[in-house]
Each structure stands twice: as structure tokens, then as C-alpha cells.
Ligand binder design. Structure first.
Ligand SMILES: [Fe+2]
Ligand SMILES: [Fe+2]
Length: 196
């Protein structure tokens, strides 16, 4: 009977869509939680840096800066390669702004990558980078992410691709230098992690 077939297929489609949306929202949370965790790590590292004297705690300051630079390079790459392109159609203005902010942050990252802790304006440059990134994080978490949460993106694929890319970009723990402080590696030469 056409009526019963149609009601059967509607019910099965709605079941599939519920299942799909549950797994999709789990993937969406996975993606956004991963990015928010990166944000928290940068803010935490910067907070520690502000309490140190780069001339006295040179080694620790250097380790913090190298870690933040490496983490930011991974984070910005993941957003630029996957999240931003997926969201561009729905939020072109916010994505344009985010990309321009990344460009400015990356210019400072490149400069710091070539500098030593004792260099003139090293500390100032790192402070400006972190304050800039904190502003960018606020915009992402208060404006962009809440909008993205409502979009029907292919979150499962995004999550899969971003996790795989992250593994590619992050060196395995045994590739870190010996004696890395607090489980954080001093990933020098992090420029090799930049996307081509
Ligand atoms: Fe970003
Ligand atoms: Fe971000």
C-alpha cells in the first residue's frame, strides 16, 4: 500500500536522520572542543610567561615560546585547511576577518621563530603576539564558533581530517628534545611544520 510504504519510509528516514545528527553533533563537539583546548593551552602558556623574567628564566621562557609557536602553527593550519573553507560559504565576512588575523599572527610567529630570548624586543614581540591571539580567540569563541555550531557541515569528515592532519603536523613525543620541561617539548625548527 502506498500509504503504509510512505509512512514506513518516512519513519526510517527520520530514524536515520536522528542517528546521523547525533553522531554529527558529537563530531562537531569534537572539532570545536579540540580547537578550544588549543586556545586554553596558549592562554595558559602566556600567563606563565608573564610571570617570568626572560633574563633570569631564559630557558623556561624559551621553552614556552617555542611550544606556543609550534602549537599556533598546527592550530592555524587546521583551521585554515579545514574549518574555515567549510564555513566560508555561510560566514564569509567572519572567515575573511579570521584569515586576515591569522596572517598578522603568522608574521609575528615567523619573526619570533628566527629570534632568541635575549634579542631586543623578543619579549615585546611575544607579548604582542599573545595579546593579539587572545583577541582572535575571543572572537572565535564568542562569535564564530556559536554560529558554526548551528551549521549543517559534514562534521564527521572534518573531525576525521583534522585529527589525521594534526598527527602529521605534530612530531611524536620521542622526537622532542631531551629534558623538555613539564612535558612540553622545545620544538625548535618548527618552521618545517608550516604548510607548503
Ligand atoms: Fe583562528
Ligand atoms: Fe582558533
Amino acid at each position: 500500500m502506498p500509504t503504509s510504504r510512505s509512512s514506513e519510509s518516512t519513519s526510517s528516514a527520520s530514524h536515520r536522520s536522528t542517528t546521523h545528527s547525533t553522531s554529527s553533533s558529537a563530531s562537531r563537539d569534537e572539532v570545536l572542543d579540540m580547537l578550544k583546548k588549543d586556545h586554553r593551552n596558549v592562554k595558559k602558556a602566556y600567563k606563565e610567561f608573564t610571570k617570568l623574567d626572560p633574563l633570569e628564566d631564559t630557558e623556561r621562557c624559551d621553552a614556552i615560546v617555542r611550544q606556543v609557536l609550534a602549537d599556533l602553527q598546527v592550530h592555524t593550519t587546521l583551521e585554515e585547511e579545514f574549518l574555515y573553507p567549510a564555513a566560508r560559504e555561510a560566514e564569509p565576512k567572519l572567515i575573511d576577518e579570521a584569515e586576515v588575523e591569522h596572517e598578522s599572527a603568522k608574521a609575528l610567529i615567523e619573526q619570533l621563530d628566527q629570534m632568541e630570548v635575549g634579542d631586543e624586543k623578543f619579549s615585546a614581540r611575544f607579548t604582542v603576539l599573545c595579546e593579539y591571539v587572545e583577541h582572535h580567540i575571543k572572537e572565535e569563541e564568542k562569535e564564530l564558533f556559536p554560529k558554526l555550531e548551528k551549521l549543517r557541515l559534514d562534521w564527521a569528515t572534518l573531525s576525521e581530517q583534522m585529527l589525521a592532519r594534526r598527527e602529521q603536523l605534530e612530531p611524536p613525543p620521542d622526537a622532542m628534545e631531551d629534558g623538555a620541561p613539564d612535558g612540553g617539548g622545545t620544538r625548535k625548527g618548527s618552521s618545517s611544520q608550516r604548510p607548503a
